[in-house]
Design a protein around this ligand. Structure first.
Ligand code: IMP
Length: 423
């Protein structure tokens, strides 16, 4: 049995939460492998909207084991709040949720460091979610981080104090107040006691034993490929490998065990935070997209930058991830446009047209070259199968498939579970 992977091909917020929830009945295990509470996975069913930050999106299905893997950075305070928020759903989280002892812990000063680093960057800010992601991964790679397994050790407090002292030294170089720290620490140690009551495991064994027992596993990515620490628009990226390879290291699964790779993209593009975005729209069209798509961050509430679909970027993400199936999200947001644009190339200042994301491309003033297509310009509310799609939408799907050379197997036409068209 192989493990399937689901990931975002753009700058995050593609709608991964909804799709994990839709696919979940086919799976017995759903596992998060990277990132942390910077993610906000939105699920909508029975008229209610749920946003998950650290808990895998299979949690609403009682037959699914949800794993927070070793590649994740975990904020105990946020996890405790999230679990408490699930109280009304009678979810048996002690049975259906397990946490890797090798997951890295976000401590309060990681969040302060995140804010201090951002503050010091001036107009070169990353636009971080300020959840402490970068500083925590820094400590992981620097071999000084605390891991979930450490909370069970009698000298946890000592280990914490050592890391705290290191952080305080660093923070002393910044003009940054520590006034909030005592209250944050109180909440942190409270939450740590709560986390001790969860099922803390060596998740690499659980995942590999599940595969050996022919159980179906879905690895749920967070953020998007263009935010990958190696291949994203560095330095405007997150601090983990958001790509398929990250699912191997973030769960302890061999590359030969990867099965289907589901690549999720929006029918247009959005980005939160700073960094290059060649197709970004600064006019009323971009404003209309933001309004129609309700493009405001589910973690920070920030308005998302909006623009037309970028094919060179999408081809790049498909290449580095080995995508086998594409899922196109939020097609209904484009209902309002009479004309739809798709970027097929970039034009360099010397007039040359390219369709690659080279190291230099972010630095150069590359202009998008668009193909214009007639929009369908009608509601998709009544549509319940692909045959019922307006011809222009079918044309959009076919054009993208020809360009991307990967089948589009699913088109989402609204936020609810039921507004999902399979092909
Ligand atoms: P960080 O991961 O919080 O440090 O943020 C780094 C960059 O990634 C910023 O531009 C964030 O806006 C962006 N980012 C982080 N997590 C997400 C996400 O889940 N969706 C979209 N963008 C994200």
């Amino acid at each position: 049995m192989k493990m399937d992977v689901l990931l975002g091909l753009q700058w995050g917020d593609e709608g991964k939460g909804k799709i994990v929830d839709v696919l979940a009945p086919q799976y017995e295990v759903v596992a998060r492998f990277q990132g942390g509470p910077n993610a906000g996975h939105t699920l909508e069913f029975d008229g209610i909207k749920h946003v998950l930050h650290q808990i895998p999106s299979g949690i609403f299905r009682s037959q699914i084991l949800n794993i927070i893997g070793n590649g994740v950075v975990l904020d105990p305070i946020i996890l405790k709040k999230e679990i408490e928020g699930l109280g009304k759903f009678s979810i048996d989280y002690k049975k259906n949720l397990v946490v890797s002892k090798k997951a890295t812990i976000i401590i309060p000063t990681h969040k302060l460091l995140d804010a201090a680093y951002e503050q010091s960057k001036g107009d070169k800010k990353i636009g971080s979610t300020l959840k402490g992601i970068g500083p925590t991964y820094q400590d992981k790679i620097g071999r000084s981080a605390l891991r979930i397994g450490d909370i069970l050790s009698p000298d946890f407090r000592e280990k914490y104090d050592t890391l705290l002292a290191k952080h305080k030294t660093t923070l002393s170089f910044y003009d940054f107040s520590l006034d909030a720290l005592p209250e944050m620490e109180k909440q942190f140690f409270d939450a740590v006691e709560f986390i001790k009551t969860l099922n803390l495991i060596d998740s690499e064994y659980v995942v590999n034993e599940a595969l050996a027992a022919k159980k179906k596993i879905l690895a749920e990515g967070a953020q998007g490929s263009l935010l990958d620490i190696d291949f994203g628009s560095y330095p405007y990226v997150t601090s983990s490998n958001t790509m398929t390879a990250g699912a191997c290291t973030g769960l302890g699964v061999a590359p030969s065990r990867i099965g289907e790779v589901f690549g999720i993209f929006k029918a247009y593009c959005t980005r939160v935070g700073s960094g290059p975005f060649p197709t970004e729209l600064f006019d009323e069209t971009g404003e209309a997209m933001r309004k129609e798509g309700n493009e405001f961050g589910s973690t920070t509430g920030r308005p998302r930058r909006c623009g037309w679909l970028d094919l060179p970027a999408l081809k790049y993400s498909i290449m580095i991830n080995g995508v086998t199936q594409l899922f196109m999200m939020k097609a209904d947001v484009l209902n309002i446009f009479e004309e739809i644009l798709v970027c097929t190339h970039y034009e360099l200042p010397n007039g040359e047209k390219i369709d690659r994301l080279s190291f230099e491309i972010a630095e150069i003033d590359a202009k998008p070259v668009y193909r214009k297509m007639k929009g369908w310009n009608c509601s998709l509310k009544e549509v319940s199968s692909y045959d019922q799609f307006p011809e222009e939408l079918k044309g959009y799907v076919t054009f993208l498939e020809e360009e991307l050379q990967v089948p589009i197997k699913l088109v989402s036409v609204g936020p609810d579970r039921t507004q999902t068209i399979l092909r």
